[in-house]
Design a binder for this molecule. Structure first.
Ligand code: ADP
Ligand code: ZN
Length: 517
């Protein structure tokens, strides 16, 4: 059988997508492969078809139990002898699968990584006839990946123990550091690399400064997406419900979705969204896994995603049909402070906190970017590109204004108050507001009191944000949004570099309302 006839007769598809065919031929021929392909790109076929073409059973390592079960069910539907081994099976069930595996009755076996590397399972593997190993979600082996799984580390032994058997590692997310570590730790130095483009040319990227985010969202929907299907992501369950109710009161057909809702209501809302046109799903990130609705015309974020990976995945749910779709994000300093304190209070190991901070910094860099959004986004995934002409920064290049002097005042205000206060208080001092808190700390007597009356409050917030984005300032350990200077503040303070900010557009500031973040 040829790859193409398997594609057609087993899976019922007419043609391969992107690099699928090259990858399939390479692995079916016995080669090792590292596959980087965006979510929805069609990674599964890259190991499923070679497994069917080769003698023996394809062993797939996957960390996601639900996904494993879905895939196995789908394969069985297609008449493929597939099974999985994970903690959801009882002992008898597991034994049956193992027996089928050793006696050569299976074409594909999905296994959780922690089970694969046990001595017992290793012994089983030695007795079975194996056609290939597929390592799904391969970024889990990297500390720099967003979900490091220690049990993946042991997968390096597949290279030693089964030298003649091809291995294919797959992932949808790998920045440069992750990729390097993945190759090293999975011993894939000799593997051929297949890197698909992460570009989604039909998506337009836009990010706006939060003023009154709900109103901004409503304007965006009314102006560009009347009657369209879309997803609005919020960080908290409460905000999901409030926003959905508010949009309904404005005659937008919105429904809430989050993990705290009753299961039947949740699946009802999901079905309504999938089956109908013109429904706006307001959701936490719990929504979207496995949702394959082709005609989602926009994805909006009312809160900052915690990483570029998240942002990419969530926005990626728009425009699956290839037709133009919009992504829109409203962003404010409060988001950053909130996400940072969530990292601080997560109880995660320090190493993980460090990784999460780095991811958040990169996200902030994208939001504050003055160059092409797509170029910045793709650059994060290690892909070079030209300015796209289809993002907010390309369409309306931000005008830059010099804010070096203001930046210096802001930095000096942080320094004079001991590297411990948050933006609100610092802005009060700069603007010369003798609030009770200012008086209590005698901050009305320091030299920076009132030196920033020429810049309005949201102007000052933009300055602080930009300083955070450039790493001249960071949130201190307190977890309360206190700011402190870093070494990178020095050149600015000494006047060796300048700071340019996007000129703020007042487009979204309705009726002269004061911005609330
Ligand atoms: P990934 O694992 O990369 O996120 P999947 O392997 O789950 O992607 O594939 C995403 C969707 O695309 C699935 O519904 C799959 O059936 C479909 N698909 C993959 N390859 C093809 C193809 N060559 N032709 C048509 N549909 C395909
Ligand atoms: Zn662009």
């Amino acid at each position: 059988m040829s790859p193409h006839s398997v594609l057609e007769h087993v899976f019922g598809y007419r043609s391969f997508r992107g690099e699928q065919e090259t990858i399939v031929s390479h692995v079916a021929g016995g080669g090792d492969a590292l596959v980087l392909m965006p979510t929805g790109g069609g990674k599964s076929l890259c190991y499923q078809i070679p497994a069917l073409l080769r003698d023996g059973c394809g062993v797939v390592v996957s960390p996601l139990i639900a996904l494993m079960q879905d895939q196995v069910d789908a394969l069985k539907e297609l008449g493929v002898a597939a099974a999985y081994l994970n903690s959801s099976l009882n002992q008898d069930e597991a034994r049956d699968v193992e027996n089928a595996f050793i006696s050569g009755q299976l074409k594909m076996l999905y296994v959780a990584p922690e089970r694969l590397v046990t001595p017992r399972f290793m012994a089983l593997l030695k007795r079975a006839h194996i056609g290939l190993f597929a390592i799904d979600e391969a970024h889990c082996v990297s500390q720099w990946g967003h979900d490091f799984r220690p049990e993946y580390l042991a997968l390096s032994l597949l290279a030693d123990e089964f030298p003649g058997i091809p291995r294919i590692a797959l992932t949808a997310t790998a920045d440069h550091a992750t990729r390097t570590e993945m190759i090293e730790r999975l011993r894939l130095e000799g593997a051929q690399k297949f890197v698909s483009s992460f570009d989604r040319p039909n998506l337009r990227y836009a990010m706006v400064e939060k003023k009154n985010a709900r109103d901004q969202l409503l304007t965006f929907i009314r102006r560009e997406h009347e009657g369209d299907s879309g997803i609005v992501y919020c960080l908290s369950r409460k905000k999901v419900e409030d926003t959905a109710a508010w949009l309904r009161s404005k005659e937008i057909n919105a429904l809430p979705y989050h993990a705290g809702l009753d299961v039947s209501l949740r699946s009802r809302n999901q079905q309504i969204f999938i089956r109908n046109e013109g429904v706006v799903m307001v959701a936490t990130i719990a929504f979207g896994m496995g949702i394959d609705k082709p005609d989602v015309r926009f994805v909006a974020h009312l809160d900052l995603p915690k990483s570029i990976e998240n942002y990419y995945q969530e926005t990626g749910r728009a425009g699956r049909d290839g037709l133009p779709a919009n992504t829109w994000l409203a962003y404010g300093l409060q988001d950053l402070i909130l996400l940072n304190s969530m990292i601080d209070n997560s109880g995660s190991p320090d190493m993980q906190k460090l990784v999460e901070r780095r991811k958040l910094d990169a996200m902030l860099g994208l939001v504050e970017a003055t160059a092409c959004r797509r170029q910045t986004l793709l650059g994060y995934f290690g892909e070079e590109s030209q300015p796209c002409g289809n993002c907010d920064n390309c369409i309306n290049p931000p005008k830059l204004v010099e804010m070096t002097e203001a930046a210096r005042k802001a930095l000096s205000c942080i320094f004079r108050t001991g590297n411990r206060f948050g933006v609100g208080h610092l802005v009060d001092i700069l603007q010369g507001k003798a609030t009770p808190k200012v008086k209590e700390h005698f901050h009305d007597r320091i030299t920076t009191f009132g030196i920033g009356k020429d810049v309005d409050e949201s102007g000052w917030r933009a300055v602080f944000r930009q300083l955070l984005a450039r790493g001249a300032v960071r949130l201190n350990e307190s977890g309360h949004g206190g700011l402190e200077l870093t070494d990178a503040a020095r050149p600015l303070l000494k006047g060796e570099t300048s700071l340019f900010l996007r000129e703020r557009t007042e487009k979204f500031n309705y009726k002269g309302e004061k911005g609330s973040e």
